[in-house]
Each structure stands twice: as C-alpha cells, then as structure tokens.
Design a binder for this molecule. Structure first.
Ligand code: NDP
Length: 480
C-alpha cells in the first residue's frame, strides 16, 4: 500500500509517532493509500523548518520568486494527466472535471501569481519636504488549510501567492484527499525549491490542523473549509492575533427571471446545482424561479437532471461521480428525509442503485425538491451535495428577500435579459460574488470571498497579494 509522508525542510519524512490514516477511493470504497497521522511534534518540526527558511526566501526579489513559481507550474504541467487521475481517484469526481477544472486551474494558479507578482511596484507619495515609500513585506510563516472538494486547485491558490510574496508555509490538506498535495510536494522537490519554503503535514484536522493554527510560530492562517471549523480556527488564531482569511460555506441562489434565455439558463442552472455532485461552495443549491415560468422551467429542469449520467468517474461520459465519504453521504441524504418531514416533494432522485463495480462507494442520485418553505432548513442550510430546492417568486423585492434569508453570503447567479434589473438585484444581495447570465466564470484578478457566515477577507488577484503581505510605509524627510 502506498504511504504518503510529510514533507518537512525539503525531506519526505516519517511522522515521529508512526501512526497512519487510511485513505479511500470514495467511488469504490477501496483503500488507496495511507498517510502520516501527524501529531504536535510533527507540526512543530514543520513550523521550525519554515521559520529557518524564511530569512533567505523573503530576501529574494519578486522576479526571483516568480521564476520559482513558473518552475513549479512547469513541473505540474508535465504531470497534468497524473493530477487529473489522482484527483478523480481521491475525490470520486468525474475525470472530465478533474482534467478541465482541477488540473488546469492548479497549473494556472502558479502561472497567474508568477505574472502578477512580477508587476508589483513600490508606490511613492511625494510631499513638499519628504517622500513616502510604500512596500509590501512578507508576513512570516503561513498555515494553509484546505478542504477535500477541490484539493490541488485550492492548495495551489494559497501556496502560489503565499510564497510569491516571500512567506514560507506549512500546508495541511484534508486527510480525505492527500494525493495531489503529495504530488505537489514531489514537484517542489524535483525543481529543488529551497528546503523549508513549502512544508506539508498530513493528518487529521483535530490534531494536525488545530495544532498548526494554534502554533505560536505561525503568523498567518489561510483557511478554506466549513463554517463550524472556521469558527474554531478563528478562535484559536485570534488569541495570538494571527493574520487570517476564512473562506467558508455557502447557500447560493440561482435566480431565474421569466425573460431569461431558457435553454442556456437551464443548462447552467443544472451545472451550478450539480457540478462536482454539488460539492462546491459556489453551487446554486436553491433555484428561485419567477412564477410565470415556474411550471415549465421545473418540468424541463427535472428532465435535464434525470438525464445526467452517474457512473464510473474514469469514464469520459460520466457527469455525476460519488460523494466524498460515507459520513458525508449520510449527512447529505438525511436532508432528503428532513425535506419530506418539512413538507417537501421529491421531484427526482429517490431511485437508488450504485454503478456496477462500484457497490462499495458513496453514491447518491441528484435530487430536486419543491414545495418547501423558503425558511425551511433544507432551503437555508448548506447541504454540500447533489440536492437543489426550487421555489417560485413574483417580484424583485420578494426574490431579494428570499436570497438574503440565509446565514451565508458567498455567491449567486441571476438569469435575465434585463441587465439593469440584474444589476439592481445583484447589488441588493448580501454576498461576496454574483454572476449574471453565467456561473463559476472566474477571472483570477477579481476578489473572491464571502460575507456573513461565508467567511472573512478576500483572496484573488491583488487581494491575495495584500493578504499574504504586510504593507509598510517608509517616510524619508528631505535633508537639503
Ligand atoms: P472542514 O471544515 O471539515 O475541513 C477543512 C480543512 O480543515 C480540512 O483540511 C480539515 O482537516 C481541517 N480541519 C478540521 N478541523 C480542524 C481544526 N479544528 N483546526 C484546523 N483545521 C481543521 O471542511 P470540508 O473539508 O468538509 O470541506 C467542505 C466545506 O468547505 C464546505 O462547507 C464548503 O462550503 C467549504 N468550502 C468553501 C470554499 C470557499 O472558497 N468559500 C471552497 C471550498 C469549500 P481534515 O479533513 O483532515 O479533518
């Protein structure tokens, strides 16, 4: 059985305690590897290695560090098929998504940040008798904690700007999806990145994750994960005033007006609801449909969702893969029981059955539910699986108030031919991001993040550069 080791100070090393966690292919239920179950000693070793590497790394120029990011991007590019295969095997997602979304974006993240850090210029503000020079300095040692749904995509989104700005880091990927984090360490090792700049500890959240964020040697925490975990991370980081960014859960609305382009909207609303089995923080898991087209849109939506092909994640024609774990599947499917209790009607998805050859996996058909109150738990809580609730509305004011009646505020989409109306509605929704007539259309230069229980801070483009640095002003008085 393959064993994945920690990467500390440029060496793949065994945990001090010799304990292992098994990792499974969620589509088949078969064990695929074991990972180190790191303890506090391992965390401490990794933080020390990052600290030791900091002075030399932080003294390099942006251009020098950009060159390293490009080397890493090239190393990943040469393993693009391996990234996609490992990601599909580790998460149960369709190989087409692993190729088109996960693998490509992981490489692009390094290329993109290499480009924008190369453009960083010192700003100067002249006074009558002095000059101010504003510089961006690295923060120190960063803890980068990532979830299982987009493993390398999200890890690279943190590692690239963090080290690009001159920090050194310790990464803690989800114990459920360690494979591509290990691949990234192998690439980093192959390109001979100076030891200690990037370190990785495997293990569980409770011991390795919490040990890392509460470690005194950590200066910055970038966390992506669930809201409840985010609360714990925030509490332990705040005690020592660590710089912190939290990208947390979402409950996003897809708002469909009667004047939308029906065919395009249907395809994209299905994609927004069920891509990656609905396990993306940005997924539109509540579809709000203007009442005049409700019945027709509902009928067509159910037909489209019924037509999605669930099956072997490695089959190029598969559209729906498996959920990440049995525990997660049980949690997601408990919302179907809850919806029935809450008075909802299940329009599709109750049929059971697993693809042949995958009987041990965590499968669930895509579900559409109607008839629930917009205040019901299924309609307001993050489910993070292939469940979409549908609701009708009759006015702009009503749809805005429905979209805002959750504790989350991450994203959403609006579908209409009237762009003025769409912008008016978008501005009234309390969230970090709204797409109009599109979904998950990402420009890496723009801010990414949420409000309310969806998180704190923004990453993306210059917002990532700001988060992963401290801004300092040096004022020089003229002596003449
Ligand atoms: P979790 O919050 O369970 O875990 C996220 C990471 O935190 C994992 O690496 C986990 O390790 C670690 N962790 C767990 N407990 C602690 C702790 N006490 N201290 C420090 N780290 C800890 O989230 P999931 O992995 O289940 O991911 C799903 C969630 O992520 C959803 O809510 C989703 O909305 C959110 N998400 C948000 C995104 C955004 O950009 N806003 C993007 C993607 C996902 P381990 O798994 O080993 O326990």
């Amino acid at each position: 059985m393959k064993k994945l080791r920690n990467y500390i100070g440029g060496e793949f090393s065994n945990s001090e305690n010799h304990n292992w966690i098994s990792s499974f292919n969620p589509a088949s239920g078969l064990e695929i590897c074991k990972i180190e179950k790191s303890d506090f000693q391992d965390v401490d070793n990794a933080v020390k290695a990052a600290k030791d590497a900091f002075d030399e790394w932080s003294s390099k120029t942006f251009k020098e560090r950009a060159d390293w990011l490009i080397k890493i991007a090239k190393g990943l590019e040469s393993r693009i098929d391996e990234i996609a295969n490992l990601e599909s095997m580790d998460t149960g997602k369709p190989i087409t998504i692993a190729k088109e979304v996960d693998a490509k974006r992981s490489i692009l993240n390094f290329e993109f940040f290499a480009e924008i850090i190369s453009d960083i210029e010192t700003q100067e503000f002249e006074m009558r008798d002095a000059t101010n020079i504003v510089i961006q300095k690295p923060v120190g040692v960063g803890a980068l904690i990532t979830p299982w749904n987009l493993p390398l995509y999200l890890l690279s989104w943190k590692v690239a700007p963090a080290i690009g700005m001159g920090n050194t880091v310790v990464c803690k990927p989800s114990e459920l999806t360690p494979m591509t984090a290990d691949l990234l360490m192998r690439v980093i090792d192959d390109v001979n990145l100076p030891p200690g700049v990037v370190n990785l500890i495997h293990g569980d959240g409770e011991v390795a994750g919490s040990g890392l964020v509460s470690h005194d040697g950590i200066d910055l925490v970038s966390f992506t994960g669930g809201t409840l975990t985010g609360e714990k991370v925030a509490t332990s980081s705040a005690k020592s005033f660590k710089k912190m960014s939290l990208e947390l859960g979402g409950k996003n609305s897809s708002i469909v007006f009667s004047d939308c382009d029906l065919e395009r909207t249907l395809d994209d609303v299905v994609r927004a609801g069920f891509l990656n089995q609905g396990q993306i923080c940005l997924c539109g898991s509540r579809v709000l449909i203007e009442d005049s087209i409700y019945e027709n849109f509902k009928k067509r939506l159910v037909e489209k969702v019924d037509g999605l092909k669930m099956g072997d994640p490695f089959d190029e024609s598969t559209e729906i893969g498996s959920l990440i774990s049995k525990e997660h599947r049980d949690k997601v499917s408990s919302y179907v029981d809850l919806a029935i209790e809450e008075g909802g009607e299940i329009l599709t998805g109750l049929q059971s059955g697993k693809p042949i050859g995958f009987e041990g996996g965590n499968w669930m058909n895509p579900v559409i539910i109607e008839g629930l109150s917009v205040n019901s738990r299924c309609s307001t809580e993050e489910i993070f699986g292939p469940i979409v609730t549908i609701h009708s509305f009759s006015t702009e004011q009503e749809v805005i108030s429905i979209a805002n009646n959750t504790d989350y505020g991450l994203a959403g989409s609006i579908w209409t031919a009237d762009i003025e109306k769409a912008q008016r509605v978008a501005k009234s929704i309390n969230s970090g991001m709204i797409w109009i007539n599109t979904w998950l259309h990402r420009d890496l230069r723009v801010p990414f993040g949420g409000v309310k229980k969806s998180g704190m801070g923004r990453e993306g483009g210059r917002w990532s550069l700001d988060f992963f640095s401290e801004t300092m002003n040096i004022c020089i008085k003229d002596t003449k």
